[in-house]
Design a binder for this molecule. Structure first.
Ligand code: FEO
Length: 392
């Protein structure tokens, strides 16, 4: 196995999951990594672990650098099992390492693994000397679980923030400057699908870190590539995404039964484009929900179209709105359209689904009975144009 050294004495000892394609509902066509870091000093520290099935891969990497029984400290920045589920096996292998974690982290590890651990609970600003180096801890509650914490290696200026700044990408490379711009697309999808609901907290946390005067040479997240060349690039991207930076992009997300809602969608698309929007048509059964959420990140408006089925919205739209609601993408204007045979109900149900989150929903709607005629197609084009005027 290749040995990857971030800085002298700091190693990546994680695992590469080339095959995962669904990460709790998030599509991962490029797989992912579970990053763990080993710091050699007077006391050797392992920062996070890997998902349990990858324990031996991590142990193999550690063993090429030191005898694993020489690990003194295991830092658990985050309890979610993709990072903590090898901790029990590491404890068995090592003996009785000190497990450094936040108060909520301790509670979470106890509830997950139901075994004694030699805990040391830390709070923001606390430090731990491991010899030549000092580890400093910053609690980051709800980024993205209550237990989340960042570890900062002071002397080396390396920030290990666990899930923050990650990307789901499996690669033979470990650093972002080795893969080019592709990394930003993965980082954007990761932000949109995991961290978007926490955007205000992210801006606050970034401000807090800047105010603490923490110089950062490198950011080693718990998934994907390590930000080595310009860590500020991802910090700035997070600030922009959190603040809802959007261009002239408008999305049309829809499904169709017999083609009527699709005919409306295409007519609306024509109106959007004619009025100057950068419009994109996304069929709910041709696009994964997590890719459409990524598309929404820099969109100004989103038009949602559904036929009526059994007096309600189409099931694919129900799935998408349930997922989207939880991510609370604020700063977008939503518009609703659809078709029906008798009675209707899709638009009403879509509106009802969005209202509890106080999304900005355009009061105007477009609803067509059976198959749109030329006049209704023209109305759909005008509907698109009006939406552009409202949104841009
Ligand atoms: Fe990568 Fe929240 O776990």
């Amino acid at each position: 196995m290749e040995i990857v050294e971030l800085k002298k004495g700091i190693y990546w000892v994680g695992a590469i999951d080339w095959n995962v394609r669904d990460f709790h509902g998030y599509s991962t066509p490029s797989g992912t990594t579970y990053n763990a870091y080993l710091i050699l000093d007077e006391k050797n520290a392992l920062i996070d672990t890997v998902r349990a099935p990858f324990y031996l891969e991590m142990l193999g990497r550690i063993s090429e650098i030191i005898d694993p029984s020489k690990i003194d400290i295991v830092v658990s920045n985050h309890v979610e099992m993709d990072h903590s589920s090898s901790i029990p096996q590491i404890i068995e292998r090592v003996g009785n390492p000190v497990v450094v974690t936040s108060e909520r982290g301790k509670k979470g590890l106890e509830k997950h693994y139901k075994r004694a651990m030699n805990f040391r609970v830390v709070k923001t600003g606390e430090t731990l000397s491991i010899g030549r180096r000092t580890l400093a801890f910053v609690e980051a509650p709800m980024l993205h679980w209550p237990d989340s914490m960042f570890t900062y290696v002071k002397e080396d200026r390396v920030l290990l923030p666990n899930d923050a700044f990650g990307q789901h990408i499996a690669s033979c490379h470990r650093f972002e400057d080795e893969v080019g711009d592709e990394v930003m697309k993965h980082a954007a999808k990761y932000f949109a699908n995991i961290l978007w609901p926490l955007a205000p907290l992210i801006v606050k946390k970034v401000d807090e870190i800047v105010k603490m005067g923490i110089p950062i040479d490198m950011i080693g997240p718990s998934h994907g590539l390590i930000w080595r060349k310009d860590p500020n690039r991802i910090i700035q991207a997070y600030v922009e995404w959190s603040r809802g930076k959007a261009g002239k992009k408008i999305l049309l997300i829809y499904d169709t039964m017999w083609g009527s809602t699709e005919a409306l969608a295409k007519a609306i698309l024509k109106g959007l484009i004619e009025e100057g929007a950068e419009a994109k048509l996304l069929h709910l059964r041709s696009n994964h929900r997590s890719d459409m959420i990524e598309e929404m990140l820099e969109a100004k408006g989103v038009l949602l179209g559904s036929p009526t089925l059994n007096n309600g919205m189409f099931p694919t739209m129900g799935d998408f709105l349930t997922y989207m609601r939880g991510l609370r993408p604020k700063g977008k204007v939503f518009g609703l359209f659809g078709s029906y045979g008798w009675g209707g109900g899709a638009i009403k149900e879509m509106r009802k689904s969005l209202e509890p989150e106080k999304f900005d929903i355009w009061e105007k709607e477009l609803s067509v009975e059976y198959i749109p005629d030329p006049e209704e197609i023209q109305k759909a084009i005008e509907f698109g144009k009006e939406f552009v005027k409202k949104v841009l």
